[in-house]
Ligand binder design. Structure first.
Ligand code: G3P
Ligand code: MG
Length: 414
């Protein structure tokens, strides 16, 4: 094997000519100098245009208003792509499979996107293996699109409130005029509802609210029926309900199914010039009904539930893992230079800004919140959750962040 040049020469080589990097680093490795390899790598990568920062973009109110792209969204994202600065889309929206939504967004924003850089409110439900061979109730979304998403996540037995209403129209007397609508996408129940023979009756093992419900009345009635039931068996009532000697006054103490919400947003930025009620509004309506039925907090009764989505930690941890993996794919070995900062660009102080401000990354990455004025938050409003920076729109956000990061890789034109 040819004589190896002294180590110092290799480092010099790396510092002065990019093309030489792979060869030099290979040499360093074959010289069994992993520490030097890493140092050389980091020296080169940090100093030569490897971004130690990345972005997480909210969608509604930042990139889109309902289904229309916001004016400078394309320009902002294509700048980042042309400079290989990693970013993901992190939305509390959902209701379609990630691949479908990404294809739509790529077309609308005219920027190639991939599911590896995309997190919706219900994406983490895909990891809940323990419920995939159980009977789950899926609530929300258009028609039975959310059922189809859950099927693609691997859930095998899925029931919707529309299936229950179609099979038992008396379940909710006030949706009779919507029966044909529900019937158009409902499926036969895996089991009948038989209050006289609970052992043979439909039993729900978990409840997932995937997206903003459309028929609040029906959905609230069905959820209340399941949560007051004995062990999730529809048509039954739990004997433990309203037992003063039990925790939560006996409510949800009889192996009723766990209740998951994917998105806490009370309001969101749609086409209307004022914010519209979201999944959080539906949850508040359910909580109000539950309190009226059970006595509520004044009687020591809560609605026991799990809520994910921004601002909650589980969603930010999930998003960070996805961003780090995407960054590795994008930057390859240059990814060694650690991810120092993630700029979270959002329009909703309660979800985007609160989430980034309160999230402590296990990797020590700093999440910096940037609030835009193209969605829920408007100029002159004083948000409860203060962003690190407030700007007009997403392009201003990217320009500010790139300047903050002292990025030498190319200025953003005005
Ligand atoms: O239903 C979607 C809405 O709650 C907000 O979505 O993209 O602003 O997080 P996004
Ligand atoms: Mg938003």
């Amino acid at each position: 094997m040819a004589a190896q040049p002294p180590i110092s020469n290799l480092i010099q080589l790396v510092l002065h000519s990019r093309a030489a990097i792979p060869r030099a680093c290979a040499q360093l490795t074959c010289n069994n100098h992993p520490q030097l390899f890493r140092r050389a790598l980091q020296t080169t990568s940090v100093s030569h245009n490897t971004p130690d920062f990345a972005f997480a973009f909210d969608i509604d109110g930042v990139l889109l208003r309902s289904s229309d792209p916001l004016p400078r969204a394309h320009k902002a994202l294509s700048y980042l792509q042309s400079h290989r600065i990693p970013f993901i889309l992190l939305t509390n929206g959902g209701g379609k499979h990630e691949s479908e939504r990404v294809a739509e967004l790529s077309k609308k924003l005219e920027v190639p996107l991939d599911t590896s850089m995309f997190v919706q409110s219900h994406t983490p439900f895909a990891d809940l293996e323990e419920y995939k061979d159980k009977t789950v109730l899926v609530v929300g979304g258009d028609g039975d699109k959310c059922r189809k998403v859950a099927e693609r996540y691997g859930y095998r037995t899925i029931v919707t409130p529309g299936d229950i209403l179609t099979a038992y129209p008396d379940t909710w007397p006030f949706s009779q005029q919507f029966l044909p609508h529900h019937a158009s996408f409902s499926r036969p129940l895996p089991r009948p509802i038989n209050a006289h023979n609970p052992a043979d009756s439909l039993k729900i093992d978990a409840i997932f609210v995937y997206n903003d419900p459309r028929d609040w009345g029906l959905d609230i009635q069905v959820l209340v029926d399941v949560l007051l039931s004995h062990r999730g068996i529809l048509g039954t009532l739990s004997p433990k309900n309203n037992s003063p000697d039990l925790p939560n006054r006996g409510f949800q103490q009889d192996s009723q199914p766990p209740l998951f919400f994917s998105n806490p947003d009370l309001v969101w930025a749609a086409k209307h010039h004022l914010p519209r009620l979201g999944q959080g509004g539906f949850r508040e309506a359910l909580e109000g009904t539950w309190a009226a039925l059970t006595g509520g907090p004044r009687m020591g009764v809560q609605l026991l539930k799990t809520v994910i989505g921004k601002p909650f930690r589980m969603t930010y941890e999930f998003a960070e893992r996805r961003l780090v993996a995407h960054r590795r794919d994008l930057l390859g070995w240059r990814e060694q230079a650690g991810l120092r900062t993630v700029y979270m660009v959002g329009d909703n102080p309660e979800s985007d800004i609160r989430g980034a401000n309160t999230y402590e990354s296990p990797a020590g990455t700093e999440w910096v919140s940037v609030l835009v004025r193209t969605g829920v938050h408007q100029e002159g409003q004083d948000p409860v959750w203060r962003p690190r920076m407030e700007v007009g729109d997403v392009y201003d956000a990217v320009r500010w962040a790139v300047e903050q990061s002292k990025w030498k890789g190319g200025r953003l034109e005005d």
